[in-house]
Design a protein. Structure first.
Length: 394
């Protein structure tokens, strides 16, 4: 077994069971891509078994902190089974479910979503790539399913020195699927959709938004960066009379239109704009339009902390415009999925946007990912999605 030894003092995070080991923490040692290595302190004390990644700044990711643990097919079968047992205890009103959420489930670099009878997996680390076949077998055995599609095309694979990989790993079938969520019907493409095909992490926020629209009687709703219209359907289900949805992807907007019809809503109460969100918000201000509820769910502006300053300006700009467009008593659901923007910083950004817009509001609640996208005590970085529900003061 190959060994890596850390520099003095660099064992502290591992002693707290944080799974990442950065290149700068390693004094000596290494391994092949994805190879399991023994991690020791500067004094030679066992710390973890980890997957080595020679191309990444995160040079190793811990599988286990138990010296007696063997990293083999049985290890992955047990880890997958534990993740599935946890999902049985979560409140999930959908047949679209995240079954494995990377580090939070003890499987760094592995994402697995279930859409009905089909599994979709992303292998984004050298370790999961090396154990791909064993993990695939464990997934099918634990779920009793036969179809597993791979969507290992996330840009993070490049940081691991891995090429993109997509296609059927086990079985085959349709790549156009439909799921149920809170009584709604939504469709997706596991071959071409964002992430593994759909934003399951916003499941509960869509439902909460629908309830808030109904409770506050919001009639005019604006859904920015709408993608395939999940929040659009939620607003209509909440009783909104008119929903304007904006995105820069024509195919996503076509699917959003189809979702309106699929759920039995009148298309006459919707407007879909293939346009830039910032430009549209400025135009709405010039036209004097206002909205009773607005959703701002932009793409990742800051993938790392190094991008945070530039991203903060972008988040502030769209939130300033959004708050200006809110009618008194109106509701803003605003989000950041950037790992480089923490919850406290995001709060400060939105507060600064309110000050510039001369708009004050009540924070009704903090929002985050659905429970099947968990953050653990040892891995706070799992909280990538954060949001605020803000009501403009009447």
């Amino acid at each position: 077994m190959k060994t890596i030894r850390l520099r003095p003092g660099k064992e502290r995070s591992l002693l707290r069971r944080h799974p990442w080991i950065f290149e700068s923490a390693i004094a000596k040692g290494g391994g092949d891509s994805g190879e399991t290595v023994r991690v020791e302190s500067a004094e030679g004390r066992f710390l973890a078994w980890a997957a080595f990644s020679p191309a990444s700044r995160i040079r190793a990711r811990a599988w286990s902190f138990d010296e007696a643990q063997r990293i083999d097919a049985a290890f992955f079968a047990a880890a997958v089974a534990r993740a599935l047992r946890a999902r049985e205890r979560f409140a999930i009103d959908s047949d679209g479910v995240r079954l494995v959420h990377g580090e939070s489930d003890g499987l760094p670099g592995l994402i697995v979503d279930r859409y009905g009878d089909t599994l979709v997996a992303q292998f984004t680390s050298a370790g999961t790539e090396r154990w791909k076949s064993a993990i695939a077998d464990a997934l099918l055995q634990s779920t009793g399913l036969e179809k597993l599609y791979e969507r290992s095309d996330a840009s993070v694979r490049q940081l691991e020195g891995l090429e993109p990989a997509t296609g059927w790993l086990r079985g085959e079938g349709a790549t156009e699927l439909a799921i149920r969520e809170h009584g709604w019907r939504l469709t997706l493409s596991i071959a071409e959709g964002h992430k593994t095909g759909f934003y399951l992490d916003q499941r509960d926020s869509r439902h909460r938004f629908s309830e808030a629209v109904r409770r506050l009687g919001a009639q005019r709703v604006l859904n920015c960066f709408c993608y395939t219209g999940g929040f659009t359907v939620a607003a209509l289900a909440g009783g909104a009379q008119h929903v304007t949805s904006i995105d820069s992807s024509g195919p996503a907007l076509e699917r959003a239109r189809a979702h309106v019809a699929l759920n039995g809503f009148d298309a006459g109460g919707t407007e879909f704009l293939d346009a830039d969100v910032n430009a549209s918000l400025r135009r709405f201000l010039q036209e004097g339009r206002t909205f009773d509820a607005i959703v701002l769910d932009p793409p990742k502006f800051a993938p790392t902390a190094a991008h945070a300053e530039r991203a903060a300006r972008a988040y502030k700009d769209i939130n300033r415009l959004g708050l200006q467009l809110l009618a008194p008593g109106g509701l803003l659901y605003t989000f950041s999925c950037s790992g480089g923007i923490g919850a406290d910083l995001f709060h400060k950004i939105v507060a600064s946007a309110g000050a510039d817009a001369n708009v004050d509001g009540y924070i009704l609640e903090r929002l985050g990912g659905a429970p099947d996208h968990p953050m653990t005590l040892e891995f706070p970085e799992g909280e990538y999605l954060k949001g605020l529900a803000v009501m403009r003061k009447p």
